[in-house]
Design a binder for this molecule. Structure first.
Ligand code: AVJ
Length: 329
């Protein structure tokens, strides 16, 4: 895999991430166009997502922070009970680790013997995370892994220390039902009996509340969605004119699926100079860019059962907007 850091190579030919190029073309050449949401997170996307987490409308982060601040003791008891042997904390989609820090700090105070293995698709965000943890929690052993969830799963050693897996922030919501089940099945197979999973899931609630979280007043979420096109311009030599696209989020209260789209306002063509390809858009043709799935407790129970886990306990915020659910293998 070649990577474009927008610097010139020795031959002076611009390079690009070939796996990304392939996935992007596949999505844009499909009958119903789509782009994988994992590509939101370049340096600018990381910054925009941090702004999203701080927004009034984006209740998810506040809910999870409240759960960790107010129920750390209960969570700790459920995770370890009397068994306080050495273990690994594996975190999928660690991001900037703001929420996790609350728990890591608590584990350190309890003098537990553990390493922290954060996994994220964004190298940029992982570097920042490692640096800030080194400063803030110098005693913590951090082993970062920059890759997507399925790659990281393959790397997990099954026969080692006890594992506590974190999958927070409703990151699971980005996966289709099929990928969710596939991911969790593979995960439970990698884990040993007694290993645990703490997973943050966003719950069904008033549709208006959900829609606002993905369609904020200031347009930060719009910029976040549009940045995907800017990234393709920078990294694949595309010539998207973002003003010719519209951010459009939707929520289906039957399925809990929140979907975000970029809709082409006009008939237009976009050329990818580095790939020698052109993509055509009809007026009002859409690109599906993100799924942010909302659950109910029945579906959570079903998924746990289907994937080889047992639900131990749900930790809710005050409004029951959100749940951190604790599962055991
Ligand atoms: C980071 C995947 C949990 O889906 O809610 C926020 C990303 N997208 N606003 C989500 C996101 C638009 C977020 N996750």
């Amino acid at each position: 895999v070649t990577k474009n850091h927008s610097s010139s190579t020795t031959k002076n030919t611009p390079t690009y991430d070939t796996a990304m190029a392939e996935e992007v073309l596949k999505g844009l050449q499909a009958t119903q166009k789509y782009l994988p949401s994992k590509y939101f997170y370049d340096g600018i996307g990381d910054e925009l997502f941090q702004k999203i987490m701080a927004m009034e409308e984006y209740y998810l982060t506040d809910c999870e922070m409240q759960v960790f601040r107010e129920q750390a003791t209960e969570i700790f008891k459920m995770l370890f009970g009397d068994d306080q042997h050495a273990f690994d904390v594996v975190e999928f989609g660690a991001g900037d680790g703001t929420k996790t820090r609350v728990l890591l700090k608590y584990f350190l105070e309890k003098q537990l013997d553990f390493s922290y293995l954060p996994i994220d698709i964004s190298e940029n965000v992982l570097e920042q995370l490692s640096l800030s943890l080194k400063k803030e929690l110098p005693a913590l052993d951090v082993q970062p892994m920059a890759m997507d969830y399925f790659k990281a799963l393959e790397q997990l050693q099954s026969k080692s220390k006890k594992k506590v897996v974190f999958f927070l922030g409703s990151n699971i919501g980005n996966l289709t039902r099929e990928d969710t089940v596939k991911f969790l099945q593979q995960l439970s197979q990698k884990l040993n009996k007694g290993d645990m999973l703490l997973m943050g899931m966003d719950l069904k609630k008033s549709p208006a509340t959900i829609l606002q979280a993905y369609d904020d007043q200031k347009g930060i979420t719009r910029d976040f969605n549009m940045n995907l096109l800017e990234r393709l311009n920078k990294e694949l030599g595309a010539d998207f004119q973002v003003e010719n696209f519209q951010h459009f989020p939707s929520y289906n209260p039957l399925t809990g699926e929140t979907k975000s789209f970029l809709v082409s306002k006009i008939k237009q063509s976009v050329h990818f100079s580095l790939l020698g390809k052109t993509v055509h858009f009809e007026a009002w043709e859409a690109i599906y860019t993100e799924l942010s799935k909302k659950y109910d407790l029945k579906e959570i129970q079903q998924i746990a059962q289907e994937t080889g886990f047992e639900v131990k306990q749900h930790f809710f915020d005050d409004r029951q907007y959100y749940v951190d659910t604790l599962w055991v293998v």
